[in-house]
Design a protein around this ligand. Structure first.
Ligand code: NAD
Ligand code: AKB
Length: 319
């Protein structure tokens, strides 16, 4: 049976994370208590009270929060790293202004809690790349990374000055079978599975040895819900927590796929996303998340690859 008590708003619910988060939060709070919002409706929300909303429209956001007596907001709408480099000013506007709207709602006590994701994109070429610490040099070289770094600082500022209970994770690249990625540098690690099952070949836009931090979507959703449900005093970092899953390169994931599809072939044609990937860490130290609120990853690379191939096939989701 679903819990009661919270009324949850998800902004950008139609995206890669939002679709799965809506499903999971609906199991916890009941579908009628979870309000997904996005620029356009999708079929996935037939059991939830979906609202069409532009995250930049502060009045619409305030109206929906009041109408549904929302207590928690998960704010996911953003332009990601690759799209952000193509549309820098749109990325800056959306990623920053929409965050202020949500933080202001919490400051004015309309809502009790905010979740806002950050990213490994907060790090840059001058950051130590192996086992990147929680606190280190951060000079992001993408508009997306700059917006995430600024967002972290604003979340912390609203917490310190106004007592806003904002919580955040620096997600690595996320890989799931239920939803498609939306314009990031790590998107190859989802596309590769679809192409492997469809054509047994994939042309990768990153070079073969580009190692990046990644995570199965199930782990990421669990981490998100765990940090939101942790007692406030355990959430000691109010910027954003490092979060680590697994690290691999295109060559390594291709080799793992070959164990299931021996004829699978990968080729490499790096594009502008290579420079973005080269500026990001290879692996992340998430000891603070483990110590503070008990984070523990479940999926390693072999489990992730098996899970993706089995589910994409079983649910007929190859695109
Ligand atoms: P996505 O691009 O798949 O989804 C974003 C959603 O926001 C889309 O459904 C889009 O329609 C919606 N949106 C865009 N502009 C909007 C607007 N003006 N008003 C309302 N909705 C709007 O992104 P995602 O992968 O689900 O990422 C969600 C959040 O998680 C983002 O903040 C992203 O930076 C962060 N994140 C994602 C990853 C990842 O690998 N997916 C990694 C790190 C951080
Ligand atoms: C992207 O590649 O932009 C995202 C991210 C790591 O933030 N997946």
């Amino acid at each position: 049976m679903a819990n009661t008590g919270e009324k949850v708003l998800i902004i950008g619910a139609g995206g890669q994370i939002g679709l799965e988060l809506t499903e999971n939060l609906s199991k916890i709070w009941g579908a009628s208590n979870v309000v997904p919002t996005d620029l356009k409706p999708t079929e996935s929300f037939k059991n939830n009270p979906f609202e069409q909303m532009d995250a930049l429209d502060k009045d619409a956001l305030f109206g929906i929060v009041k109408k549904h007596k929302i207590t928690q907001v998960y704010h996911l709408a953003a332009l990601l790293s690759a799209t952000g480099e193509q549309k820098p000013m749109s990325a800056w506007k959306l990623n920053m202004e929409s965050l202020f709207h949500v933080l202001d709602l919490a400051k004015e006590k309309y809502i009790k809690q905010v979740y806002w994701p950050s990213s490994i994109a907060v790090f840059g070429p001058t950051t130590p790349r192996e086992n990147t610490p929680q606190y280190t040099v951060m000079e992001p070289s993408t508009v997306y990374g700059i917006s995430k770094q600024a967002g972290e600082r604003w979340c912390e500022w609203y917490f310190q000055k106004h007592g806003v209970d904002a919580r955040s994770l620096r997600y690595p690249g996320l890989i799931g079978w239920k939803s498609a990625p939306g314009g990031g540098t790590t998107d190859y690690a989802v596309h590769i599975f679809h192409e492997a099952l469809k054509t047994a070949s994939y042309e990768c836009f990153l070079s073969e040895n580009t190692t990046l931090p990644m995570m199965h979507m199930e782990d990421a959703i669990r981490a998100t819900i765990e940090i939101m449900q942790a007692p406030a005093e355990k959430v000691k970092i109010r910027g954003s927590y490092n979060l680590s899953g697994i690290s691999f390169s295109p060559k390594e994931i291709a080799n793992e796929i070959k164990k299931h599809i021996p004829e699978f072939k990968i080729s490499y044609k790096p594009d502008f996303r290579q420079a973005i990937a080269d500026s990001w860490p290879k692996s992340i130290d998430d000891s603070r998340a483990r110590e503070d609120w008990g984070w523990k990853v479940k999926y390693d690379l072999p489990k992730l690859v098996e899970n993706m191939l089995v589910n994409l096939k079983e649910h007929n989701l190859v695109k």
